[in-house]
Design a binder for this molecule. Structure first.
Ligand code: RRO
Length: 315
């Protein structure tokens, strides 16, 4: 139980963060793909209290995704091969977005495509979105597209082309990048140069599980993407390296974050805001809990503004 003094002190912490042109009242968000397309998590928390809700990646068209099984628990996380299932941008705007806006949430839309033209079409379908849609997260790093052989984020030129093709909508673009490349800093620089206001680091780590009895891959898609606590050090390293190389590029950190201390770690590495993903499957109210605990962590550590944590690692 926290005392009244602790609660009052924590309430005075400035939790606002700035990500490029987007000012959010708080730094925590849901991670794409872990909170559905709409308001389903509103039964568990006040979505308007979060920095933003990031919805599962959408393409211009409806997409069926990969065959089951699509998820498998691992010793320190999970492997997924959902395969980008989604209703398409137009259907989402009609059937899901209104209810999400009703909750008072700020919304970040994640988009994907198989080609530069696909991304452009998805962006076009987002023209004239309600003002509650504050940014577009351009997912360049899904590990489950064409069996993981087709990651735009492994190529600086392809990354830049997608960002240029999506810039027409005039919404702030965040480029979601991949940890599965040794060219991460180069790709992040290309994204920034091409107009991304921020990068989201990291997507899942390429992985695979084989059933030793049947000798077949356990997931219907073959390989998959590893998430959860196992990948937090990978995220910390990626965020750190990009922040050191490109200190003016805001970073939204994501990867194995389940507690306030985890969020502090990602921010010290260089993140301006933090997304919670796999932890939502363990406890659907994780994001709100982490945000509340982070506020108290700041108070108890004499940090008046959460944004002061960004890049605060000492060498
Ligand atoms: O849908 C997926 O399989 C998926 C996506 Br779009 C992504 O960005 N990351 C991931 O681990 N899975």
């Amino acid at each position: 139980m926290r005392s009244r003094t602790q609660r009052a002190g924590a309430a005075a912490v400035d939790m606002s963060v700035q990500i490029g042109s987007v000012c959010l009242p708080a730094p925590l968000m849901t991670a794409a793909g872990t909170a559905g397309y709409g308001s389903e998590l509103s039964a568990f928390m006040d979505l308007s209290a979060l920095g933003a809700v990031v919805v599962k990646s959408l393409s211009a068209d409806e997409w069926a995704g990969n065959p089951a099984p699509r998820v498998h628990e691992t010793p320190a996380g999970m492997l997924n091969s959902v395969g980008l299932q989604g209703p398409g941008v137009a259907a989402w705007r009609e059937h899901e977005l209104p209810e999400l806006i009703e909750t008072g949430a700020r919304v970040v839309v994640s988009i994907w495509g198989r080609s530069v033209q696909d991304y452009a079409r998805a962006a076009e379908a987002l023209q004239d979105c309600p003002k509650q849609v504050v940014a577009v997260e351009v997912n360049l790093s899904c590990p489950n597209l064409d069996g993981g052989t087709h990651l735009f984020a492994h190529d600086p030129v392809a990354t830049a082309q997608v960002l240029q093709a999506t810039s027409q909508i005039g919404l702030p673009l965040w480029a979601k990048l991949s940890p599965n490349t040794d060219r991460l800093v180069e790709v992040a620089a290309a994204a920034q140069e091409a107009g991304a206001e921020a990068v989201t680091l990291i997507n899942t780590v390429l992985g695979m599980i084989i059933d030793t009895e049947s000798r077949r891959p356990l997931l219907g898609g073959g390989g998959g993407g590893l998430s959860g606590p196992a990948i937090r050090p990978v995220a910390v390293r990626a965020i750190h390296d990009v922040h050191v190389a490109l200190p003016d590029l805001p970073i939204v950190g994501v990867g194995g974050c389940a507690t306030a201390v985890d969020a502090v770690e990602l921010m010290l590495a260089g993140a301006s805001a933090v997304q919670i993903g796999t932890a939502n499957f363990v406890q659907p109210s994780s994001v709100e809990q982490v945000q509340d605990d982070l506020r108290h962590w700041c108070f108890s550590h004499g940090v008046p503004r959460v944004s002061e944590l960004t890049g605060g690692v000492k060498h």
